[in-house]
Design a protein. Structure first.
Length: 80
C-alpha cells in the first residue's frame, strides 16, 4: 500500500477544506491513504427522479415567468 506523508502550512489547506480555527498559522501533517473500496461504478442519473423533484418548484399560476420573477425579486428586496 502506498502512503503519502507531507507537512504543509495550514493556511494553504484551509482554502481547500474547513479546519478548526486553532490550526491557522500552524504546520500540519497530512497523510494520504487509499481506501479499501473499489472505485464506484458511475451510475446514470435517474432522469425521471430529477424531473419529479422539480415538479411544483414553480407554482402554477396565471402569471408569466417574467411576472413571477418580478414578484419574487420584490419580496426578496423587501426582506433586506
Amino acid at each position: 500500500m502506498e502512503v503519502i506523508r507531507k507537512f504543509i502550512d495550514a493556511n494553504s489547506l484551509m482554502s481547500i477544506m474547513t479546519l478548526p480555527e486553532a490550526f491557522r498559522n500552524r504546520k500540519l501533517e497530512v497523510i494520504v491513504l487509499p481506501t479499501d473500496e473499489e472505485s464506484a461504478i458511475q451510475q446514470k442519473p435517474d432522469v425521471a427522479g430529477i424531473v419529479q423533484s422539480l415538479v411544483g418548484a414553480i407554482p402554477h399560476t396565471d402569471m408569466t415567468l417574467s411576472e413571477l420573477r418580478d414578484e419574487r425579486l420584490g419580496k426578496y428586496e423587501a426582506a433586506n
